[in-house]
Write a protein that binds this ligand. Structure first.
Ligand code: KG4
Ligand code: ZN
Length: 341
């Protein structure tokens, strides 16, 4: 493809175990989306090992970049903006993306902006749904985060609540591990739960104080462990599908209730889901049902854009650049980074 008048953003994402680079036209049109996943490597460890993840990013990043430009039919000289995740995430992993972005920005004179990973997850929806515009209520549920935020405009976000301990995805992963379902646990629980009875075992729904949009999931993980141990000690057989379904229902009852309350109390008429757990089929079905009852429109990205990718980072970078301009070459990366749009 010859470059036309489109504004091309290169989005780079390396915050965890995916080396992902995309080219996105005019903030919303995905021209390429290359993702080198390390899931197969970390299956053997039962989770991500930060140092190993960084090394794989280093090995993969140049070829992922080349393929991404090639798939889009462009060269680096056609790129107008570089967006890169600079937090939160694993610091060694983030450094690989940020160093690459800086090198390309410096060598080619292309402006660069740092993107908050969660702002990226929300933006995946702008690519999947070209008509979607703020304001809306957003639920971000991933391996590292569970947040309810009010997106008032592009790059204008108010955080209403978040997890006080484990993230929802982390909880899915840990429970899958104790059930022997493998890594990553979210999709495995999703599948197993379809064969199980969600009402077979009662796990407490932790709602916290009235009016709070915060979450706490660490007790639920312990409750599942206690249940498994007590069954084992009593010599009783455990149906993994029933545990998966009952656990999943306990997590989702809380998430769906709080997201709906936040939406209704803040008078929004759209809910936008984002992050790896937004791919969960039961969560989608429950939210569809609640939104239908309350006259709210529901959005979520296609599955490949729910988990980490470069396109969502390119989209968020495009809007941030239009509002705030570029970052300097002194851009740093942060394992913990306060939500910023
Ligand atoms: O957004 P993501 O790719 O990475 C982070 O930024 O954390 O999310 C990964 C998380 C993992 O915890 C994974 O188990 C979970 O998303 N996940 C799911 C499903 N697909 C992925 N959780 C529940 N159901 C799913 N279908
Ligand atoms: Zn993510």
């Amino acid at each position: 493809m010859m470059k036309d008048n489109s504004f091309l953003t290169l989005g780079i994402e390396t915050s965890c175990d995916e080396t992902a680079i995309s080219v996105v036209a005019d903030g919303r049109r995905m021209l390429s989306n290359v993702i080198a996943s390390q899931i197969d490597i970390f299956k053997n460890y039962g989770g991500v090992v930060p140092e190993i993840a960084s090394r794989h990013h280093l090995e993969n990043i140049n070829s992922v970049l080349e393929r991404s430009l090639e798939d889009a039919g462009v060269t680096l000289d056609d790129i107008d903006l570089i967006g890169v995740t600079n937090g939160p995430g694993l610091v060694g992993a983030l450094l690989m993306g940020v160093s690459t972005a800086k090198a390309l920005s410096f060598a080619k004179g292309i402006p660069m902006v740092g993107v908050h990973h969660l702002s990226g997850h929300i933006s995946a929806n702008f690519i999947s749904h070209p008509e979607l515009e703020p304001p809306f209520m957003s639920l971000i549920v991933s391996g590292g985060h569970t947040e309810i935020v009010n997106v008032k405009d592009h790059s204008v976000i108010e955080v209403l609540g978040g997890t006080r301990d484990d993230a929802a995805g982390e909880c899915f992963d840990k429970v899958a591990r104790v059930l022997g379902l493998g890594y990553p646990g979210g999709p495995k629980i999703d599948r197993a739960a379809k064969e199980g009875d969600p009402d077979s075992i009662y796990f407490k729904r932790v709602m916290l104080e009235k009016g709070s949009y915060d979450f706490s999931f660490s007790g639920l993980k312990t409750a599942v462990l206690n249940y498994l141990n007590s069954q084992r000690q009593a010599g009783k057989e455990v149906r993994r599908e029933d545990v998966a379904a009952s656990f999943q229902q306990a997590v989702l009852d809380v998430i769906v209730r709080k997201t709906m309350d936040a939406c209704l109390e803040n008078h929004e008429d759209k809910i936008v889901m984002a992050g790896g757990v937004a791919a969960n089929s039961r969560l989608r079905a429950m939210m569809e049902e609640e939104c239908r009852k309350n006259g709210i429109k529901l959005y979520y990205p296609e599955p490949v854009l729910c988990t980490d990718n470069g396109a969502m980072i390119a989209c968020a970078a495009y809007y941030k650049y239009r509002r705030n301009g570029a970052d300097g070459l002194d851009l740093d990366c942060y394992p913990y980074l306060e939500f910023q749009a």
